[in-house]
Write a protein that binds this ligand. Sequence first.
Ligand SMILES: Cc1cc2nc3c(=O)[nH]c(=O)nc-3n(C[C@H](O)[C@H](O)[C@H](O)COP(=O)(O)O)c2cc1C
Ligand code: SF4
Length: 665
Amino acid sequence: MTQPERVPNLFTPARLGAHTLKCRIVFGAHTANMAEGGLPADRHFGYYRERARGGAAMIVVEPTPPHPTAVLTRGNFMADDAVIPHFRRITDECHSHATVMCHQIYHVGAHGDQDNSWSPYWSPSGQVSHHDPWGSHAMSEAEIRELIQAFIDQAVRDRKGGFDGVDLFAGYSCLIDQFWSPLTNRRDDAWGGSLENRLRFVTEIAEGIRKACGPDFIVGMTVSGAEPYPGGLTMADKQEIFAWLDERGLADYFSCGTGSYINRFTAIVPGFHHATPLGTDDAAAIKQVVKHALVTAEARVKTPARAEAAIAGGLCDLVSIVRGQIADPHLANKAREGRADDIRPCISCNQLCIGRRMRDYHISCLVNPSVGREHAWDGDAAPPADKPRHVLVVGGGPAGLETARIAAERGHRVTLVEKAADLGGQFRLAAAQPERDEIGELLGWYRTQLEKLQVRVDLGWEMTAEDIREFGADAVVLSTGSQPTRTGFQRALPHVDALPGAEQENVHAANDVLEGTARPGKRVLLLDDINGWWPASGTALHLADQGHEVTVVTASDKAAEALDGSHLGPSTRERFAKLGVTVICSHTLTRWAGSTATIQNLYTGETQELTFDSLVLATTNTADDALARKLAVDDDIEVHTVGDMVAARTASMAFYEGRALGMTL
Ligand SMILES: Cc1cc2nc3c(=O)[nH]c(=O)nc-3n(C[C@H](O)[C@H](O)[C@H](O)COP(=O)(O)O)c2cc1C
Ligand code: SF4
């Protein structure tokens, strides 16, 4: 049994303006994108209530764009008094758990989203947008004043909605810090030039809020460190700015994130390709120069142990753990109780949090399907079953693991049978890809939880239909997953059932490579028919890492295209470039003969022949539903099916279906 982690510094209170934070863990600002008709509704209420119940000392509720030019998503809150009672419902509930409540106000200046805002983007000097190929509007003085008032009006609305303070979005090269930086602020009037002029915009906003909302009302700022591009502000420049604001009492806290709209956009929500923790050094640099405000470190802090180290080391006063508390809303309480082993780890995949936000859906979480469903499901816990039963789960991949865990938590007696020698299914194979050890942490968490819940786990048993009948469980859950398709079928050639040559011995499935059962030759061609999704890109990186010369052929127009939504496309392409992985886009593979591949350009129809030692197939799997078909004839057995065995998809759907089924058994 592991010793409980000691995190004494994390659970000391901190004074923030007129408020006391019960510990150092903040659930920092992020766009959950859950509003309905511009108003926070049940989904938001349940989402924040669960993190307050879970022990977060402070929650910074998702931003409101205070002005029509600032609107970014379909799920943004409206800047209108109609939100006040809805905010009040959330703040009253979270206050009842002794959570301090702030609310972010944001405007990204030049980098807006005209498809949602139907407005030109407003910026200090009309710089180009880094969100899309368009330009922005250089604000007049009257327009600057209009925006300052919009920020103040929103803060007043927030105060009426029960918030203890606001968080001004002043990082990542957005509107407020576009004013700070001479690179983006070329004005020669009272709003540009000298430091004082460049800081006038934020000063007037902060002073206006202090005046309108009173001295007890927290004014925090989300900021970022050095601007990561030539000509950008250095950390020394930023230190000068923060010290200036701090001396004048304009901020109660600075929360320091990473990345920027101008470049390193993906480091704003850094996936598993980034270091852990990522933002603590920048926070420490800010802490060196501010005397009054608290400093919060953000980005890949994730665990209580890392948070404790940062605070104990004097790098910051507070930590913002966003995805860590999305994945486990009770992270703070579990850490306080010395139950770090029970914290469900975020795997830094970005698939359902920022991955869904970028596609303008409300967020959820791959490892925690209750995210966004907290109101409907009463949070992250499972209600006790009316009548405990014996549940047999066949298949120990994501769907089976989650069904077994939830069923056992609800009081059922659960047996989980897996044909392989270890749990995890295809997710275990994904953990073999470079830098994906956080998947291994998640599987370790499942093993611990199943053991604590006394789930009987039988490994190395491929159950037949007869075995299942004889077993005599009250309910049977089939989560037998999916298998590699192995035909080389490609979407671009829907009339070709099988790639000529796919049956050769030097053709392997990506799963076989990750499992280590296939040993491809030196020169590998990887056929990617899944737009660069992890089984393709991750296997290519795995092979390159092991010294193979890897060429990827894909019908996509861009390498690792499917990973862009989850902020991991650029860092995957960076790895391809550094490891010498060649990607041939917009091509299909029409023949594999001996060791010769014939590939065809999708646009011109031209073909060419290339030589490799082996071909690896990363194509859509086929559902493994044989058991379900055999058991369907047995009317007296209660059989349920979940995950890939219903249809081959992502792990997120498997975890979700496992949870949803487990709640109803
Ligand atoms: C879905 C999502 C949306 C985000 N939106 C915002 C936002 O609107 N404002 C903001 O300041 N930060 C936003 N962030 C960044 C987070 O505040 C935080 O800096 C980032 O997630 C890194 O911290 P973490 O590793 O603890 O998740 C967002 C993060 C996520 C996951
Ligand atoms: S979707 Fe992935 S990155 Fe996002 S919170 Fe969940 S596990 Fe973490």
